[in-house]
Each structure stands twice: as C-alpha cells, then as structure tokens.
Write a new protein. Sequence first.
Length: 169
Amino acid sequence: MSIKHPDQRVVALIDVQNIYYSAKNLFHKKVNFGAILKEAIGERKLIRAIAYVIKTEEGEEETFFEALGKLGIETKVKDLLVYSGGFKKADWDVGITIDAIRLSSMVDTIILISGDGDFIPLLEFLKNQGKQVEVLAFKKSTSSRLIQAADDFIDLGRRPNVFLLKKRA
C-alpha cells in the first residue's frame, strides 16, 4: 500500500491502447478516462497527465483526442504502422518508459495506467530511485508480476460502473 498525501506531486501516464482493449475485451464497453484519472490522483497535486494514443489511417479518433484534452490530459500521438501483408503495430512502451524516467525527477509518484508486464523493469528502476509507483488497470488482463512490482494497485474491474462508460441507447 502506498502513502498518499495532498502535497505529493504525481504524474499519470496512460497506456490508452492497453486500457481500451482490456475494457473492450473484458466488458464490451469503453473507458471513462476522466474517472480513472480522478481515482488515480485523489487529493494529490497533478503535475502532468499524458495519454499515449495511436492515430489510424481513417483518423476517426480525433474527437476522442479532443475529449482527453478537455479532461486536462495531454496526448502524445503515433501513427498506426501497417506493414506489407497487413501486419499492424502500435506500441508506446519505449515512449512511456522514457517519459517516466524523464519526469520522475519532478515528482514523488509515478502512476502507470496500464496492465502491460513489459513495464516491470521500469517500475523496479523507479522504485530504486526512491519513487513511489502505482498501477491502475483491469486485474483480469494485468500481469501479476506488474501488480507485485507496484507500490499500490487499483483494479479498475472492481468498479466497472465508475470506470466504464454506459452504453448509449
């Protein structure tokens, strides 16, 4: 369990693809990123919130990117890479890792909103630097080792009525 107090400076890094597809596959719903950010920050001082997103060829996600901006979440955008044969790649792991390390000197706590086990070495590094590291994700699709590596873990799946959007009629 981590220590949380109002003077604590935090940064939230959101692996949008990971959280979006977890919610879609587990609950067949979309994510309420505003509620997740509110839960992650609590009464602490938010220094930056960054969402790492992928832009498709169709560009249909512009409205979503704008909605994130209205929530005070900065977006970092990468184009979806499509290789010959139809293989598609969209990965922000290195970008998230670099930003976490770069921003860690300005904050007390790094909040990772992702269940991707590839971030275990990052969490271990940040903790060795004296940083508190928290993870928010859907437990059913989160690496158990990532949960163990974190100082605190919040399972978004325990309150789907809060963290998922209701379907429109």
